[in-house]
Design a protein around this ligand. Sequence first.
Ligand code: HGY
Ligand code: MN
Ligand code: MN
Length: 413
Amino acid sequence: MNLKGLRVSGRRLQSALEEMARIGATAGGGVQRLALADEDKKARDLFVDWLQALKLEIAVDEMGNIFGTRPGAQKALPPVMSGSHIDSQPRGGRFDGILGVMGTLEVLRTLEENNISTARPIAIVAWTSEEGCRFTPAMLGSGVWTGALDRDWVYNRTDLSGRRFEDELIRIGYKGTAPCKKKPVHCYYEYHIEQGPVLEREAKTIGVPRGITGLHWYDIYLEGEANQAGPTPMAGRRDALVTAAEMILKVNELPQRMGGKLVATVGEIQNYPNSRNIIPAKVHFTVDIRSWDDQHAIKAWDLLRNDFEDIAASRGCPINIEETWRVAHAPFDEKRVQLITDCVASLGYSYLPMVSGAGHDASYMSRVCPTAMIFVPSIGGRSHVEVENTRMEDCAAGANVLLHAIVRSANEI
Ligand code: HGY
Ligand code: MN
Ligand code: MN
């Protein structure tokens, strides 16, 4: 069969995305499906139903990663794997992660309805807890599967209310029995929204990243001294929140000071006791530093950590720093990137080579098998927000690239 003319069904992909978007739908038009929360379970259950309808061989591993395998003519050959994540940010978007899972599902549905077999098996995967907002750090399911993270260490991670990862996995019924251990994979593709402004600005349909920047996460804990906000003189206060504020400004100034391509963000903060008439006693905040150049990011952190220690000393607020997580920048496999580019060209889409500023499970997968990604534009460059949006024509275009990349790769012997 001449596969050149093969295309996914954009309408069916749209309806799968819309059905998933109803799970955890938020008032502002986004979704909230925090890892291992009830909404995550509901979306997982629906995903497993769809895998069963395709008669795939389904496996759930000890980390709750869900795999569906479509057999190939040569069963023993390592599969082509493709997927992403189902969990979302709090009041997140309807495309981040789920587009890659639904895009791969649409590829499998298209192959089924056209009765197309491949030499290699094809495995679809939904990785557990990619976002890292409820249980830190990010990419926990793929991190354990690739051997980058220890399963029991992840099991004991807790969310802000003290719930353990493993207990939540059991509670939603997704602590599977399959060992969470890497197996041979021929290559891995991840289809995802760009989550930035570049493709839209350059009016390109497909982004072809050559890799993902390094991600470095830190947690900062400050001890102040609570007291009555009225009678306590300003002199001598040990105000943890003012101390944090001075530090947070240093984070924001860092990229300018360092030069080069680096971003730095404080996204999360907790203030205790957080009462308007009590001088803040304790503050926890997070630091997220990203750069393609890992040494540059580490140098930036060294500078920042010294600033933090000086500020903590000058304000009399002892500091405790956790260097929570570092993932080095992840260059993708050039052959796989070229194959994606060839598929884009043969489909006649415009495209742009780029680097991903967002982290993805593909970061870890690139360490264990040839990996590449496919991006489609984010309208207004917005993501991790309820207004996150991508044109359905672009969603179908990206899925067509994924379809041809998977079929070509699954017929490589
Ligand atoms: O942080 C990230 O870029 C991803 O959403 N985990
Ligand atoms: Mn994502
Ligand atoms: Mn995300």
